[in-house]
Ligand binder design. Structure first.
Ligand code: ATP
Length: 704
């Protein structure tokens, strides 16, 4: 990984070379900075400071061709013609109405005039909470197509065209027992981790599964080298709202993440669900089924709980690539984002479709996916540099008036983020790659900041941090919910990226009020002894063979993705016999760690021979890391403060600006700045003192 290795520590007296990998800088795009601490009485220390984030990169913007995109690239067009459906694009103010029919698999590219989706004028403004019942109308009648199939309330809904099976409304309603109560209990921010199974390549390379999962926590077992070159395992523990292991199906993922927020988007809530993680960790696999499942539930609610209340469902799908927007439901038409006088975001030209049955939605999602994939060169390298955003908007006509455009009630946005490790590519020699890496960095950083602001009910939300957060602006104001799914790969080779992903998730979680996140055990505990004495035999691996050419079972084959029985019989018979559950407290049976192979048994079980000197050095290293982390946080905060100051200056220039208000806010900003600097200075002084205590001399010169 670029920008990973950061420092080493040399113990002169012992004559040994002690190295630790820092892997926390993917967000900063820091390059291969090196720092060498040389232990005291032993040698002096030389430090270089190039590990700081290249701040100027945050200003890089734009660039990028139009070939991004890979979301759901494995999507198959399972819809086989023969089904007629009707899709209505959104009706912009004073605009047009277009309809589209599909028969026998005809292409979807209808004659759509580009719509102007003005999020401010009629979209972001939410309806008042209550609408008089007398004004309610049946939204379906408004767009009842002449031909094609639309939802008819009188018929048993959810009649599957493929199977012809109808589901009884009572059963369906069971899934939403008490929407209102549910909504109150939905956390503002939910951080869920999903671990994917080992794939064929990893198995072929004899890689090990280093992630142990419990119901809401996990442990990463990182294999490291001790000073005497013996291996040991360092444990990193994390706690999240939920941890979903490799046996968890997409259905269960949906139930854990999105299902609880579906009912509350009828209650004027905007919710965002995004997947995050390194390339190949399962973001697309995880995100792909969610919008369809959510739409299905939304339609159920619309046609039962909220029957005849005039709700309508709209779909749009676009991607951000290199800071530019492309409409995935309109031949990758380039879109532009504008801000009006009231600082409301408009995505000019974004096509939005009104949908009334699940098949419509499925078609649109598949169309978007295929547009996305055909827009790429087919190389994953390129595709994982774009963010894909699918939005489901619930609208309602004002006073049942058909001539007026419907107003937004709530919105559910699904975001398949670019591979997180891409953000580290800012050192790449290729300018374009660097720009993209910087944009991804910016997006991830800005997303975290927005979530932080959101959860703290902060007045100022740093949307402008990136294109992604600007686009999602209206999802971060008012009543909103965020679900983050961190996708991780299980294998040894991905350890560093996995830790990065988990640390990012951990930060997001720790921003949340009332979080219960335990810190990464290693970052707060440098007890080498403890991490060395992990009972290696307790680590179980689980893997099973994939069935397709790209190393995975076909993700479209259904949600159930469990290891085939024959895998145990033919591929790893030992797995079945060696099943051994360690006595981990697991509250939820279905999330229990699957039985698996005892791993790392070949690894020498070295008793750590840590000396006092080594402990001291490790302690110093840890403190050094803490200092750098604190510095990083302080830089992030300074950037926010500077943005706030700039806003304040802009406001100060406005006629009629209140001097009192300006003075108060400036005072607050300056105090905040001073407090941040003071805090860092104190920490630095403490670290210097510790270095002195251990006779570590810090030299500012380059020589040893
Ligand atoms: N939980 C899972 N169970 C089975 N297969 C999975 C799982 N997660 C991911 N896969 C498979 O792993 C491969 C990579 O997953 P996916 O394309 O979703 O990764 P990604 O994180 O979206 O990568 P990129 O950022 O490059 O797009 C795919 O073949 C997918 O089917």
């Amino acid at each position: 990984m670029n920008g990973a290795g950061r420092q080493g520590l040399r113990s002169g007296a012992a004559g040994v070379h002690h190295q630790r990998q820092y892997s926390d800088n993917f967000l900063d795009g820091s390059s291969n900075g090196n720092r060498w601490l040389q232990s005291a009485g032993l040698q002096h220390l030389q430090s270089s400071t190039n590990q700081l984030p290249p701040l100027q990169d945050y200003n890089l913007y734009g660039g990028g061709g139009a070939q991004g995109g890979r979301m759901y690239r494995n999507a198959q067009r399972s819809f086989n013609g023969g089904t007629e459906y009707y899709v209505e694009p959104s009706t912009p103010p004073g605009g047009y109405r277009a309809s589209m029919q599909k028969k026998n698999g005809d292409d979807l590219s209808g004659d759509f005039s580009p719509g102007l989706l003005d999020l401010h004028s009629f979209d972001t403004e939410l309806l008042p909470p209550e609408m008089p019942a007398s004004n309610a109308y049946d939204g379906n009648s408004l767009y009842q197509p002449g031909r094609g199939r639309s939802f008819d309330d009188s018929e048993p809904y959810m009649l599957s065209k493929q199977t012809g099976r109808a589901r009884a409304p009572e059963n369906i309603l069971k899934s939403f027992p008490a929407e209102k109560e549910k909504s109150n209990s939905v956390a503002k921010i939910k951080v869920v981790v999903r671990k994917r199974p080992m794939n064929k390549k990893e198995l072929a390379k004899n890689e090990e599964d280093i992630i142990e999962t419990y119901s809401n926590s996990l442990t990463v077992h990182e294999t490291k080298l001790k000073v005497d070159l013996t291996q040991y395992v360092e444990k990193h523990e994390f706690v999240f709202d939920a941890v979903l292991n490799e046996e968890v199906t997409n259905d269960e993922v949906y139930r854990e993440t999105v299902e609880p927020i579906v009912p509350i988007i009828f209650e004027r809530t905007k919710a965002t669900c995004f997947a995050y993680g390194q390339t190949g960790s399962g973001k697309t696999y995880t995100m792909k089924p969610l919008p369809l499942k959510a739409s299905r539930d939304i339609l159920r609610l619309m046609h039962h709980t909220y029957r005849n209340q005039g709700f309508q469902l709209f779909v749009s799908f676009f991607e951000i690539y290199g800071g530019k927007l492309f409409d995935l439901l309109n031949d990758r038409k380039k879109l532009c984002m504008r801000e009006d006088g009231k600082q409301q975001v408009c995505i000019v030209g974004l096509q939005e479709y009104r949908v009334s049955d699940v098949e419509n939605i499925k078609e649109l999602i598949e169309k978007g996916n295929s547009t996305r994939s055909t827009g790429t060169t087919g190389a994953n390298e390129e595709s994982s540099r774009s963010h894909a955003i699918l939005q489901l908007a619930i609208k309602r006509s004002v006073d049942g008036n058909e001539s007026k455009p419907p107003r937004l009630v709530g919105k559910l946005s699904f975001i398949d983020l670019a591979g997180s490790e891409r953000g580290a590519d800012t050192t790449d020699n290729d300018k374009q790659t660097r720009i993209e890496g910087a944009e991804i960095n910016k997006s991830l950083l800005a997303l975290k900041e927005c979530i932080r602001a959101l959860d703290n009910d902060q007045g100022h939300i740093p949307f402008r941090g990136s294109k992604l957060t600007e686009v999602l602006r209206d999802s971060f104001v008012g009543n909103s919910r965020t679900v983050m799914i961190s996708c991780i790969s299980p294998s040894t080779g991905s350890c560093e990226h996995t830790l990065n992903t988990l640390r990012y998730a951990d930060r997001v979680k720790s921003l949340s009020k009332g979080n219960n996140t335990k810190k990464d055990a290693v970052s707060s505990n440098f007890n080498l002894k403890e991490s060395s004495t992990v009972p290696l035999s307790s680590i179980t691996g689980s893997a099973y063979e994939d069935r397709t050419t790209d190393g995975w079972p076909d993700e479209n084959e259904g949600d159930d993705f469990s290891p085939p029985e024959e895998y145990y019989e033919q591929v790893k018979p030992s797995l079945k016999k060696n099943v051994k559950m360690e006595s981990y407290a697991t509250t939820d049976d279905k999330l229990k760690k699957p039985s698996g192979l005892m791993k790392w048994k070949d690894l020498p079980k070295v008793e750590p021979q840590t000396t006092h000197a080594e402990d001291d050095l490790n302690a110093l290293l840890q403190e050094e890391e803490d200092l750098v982390n604190a510095h990083r946080t302080q830089v992030e905060e300074t950037m926010n403060i500077v943005r706030e100051e700039m806003n304040l200056l802009v406001e100060a220039d406005q006629p009629g600006n209140q001097l009192d208000d300006y003075i108060t806010r400036l005072n607050a900003i300056l105090s905040q700045k001073a407090a941040g600097i003071l805090q860092l200075q104190t920490r630095l002084a403490h670290f210097q003192k510790r270095l002195k205590e251990h006779n570590v001399l810090v030299s500012s010169t380059t020589g040893y």
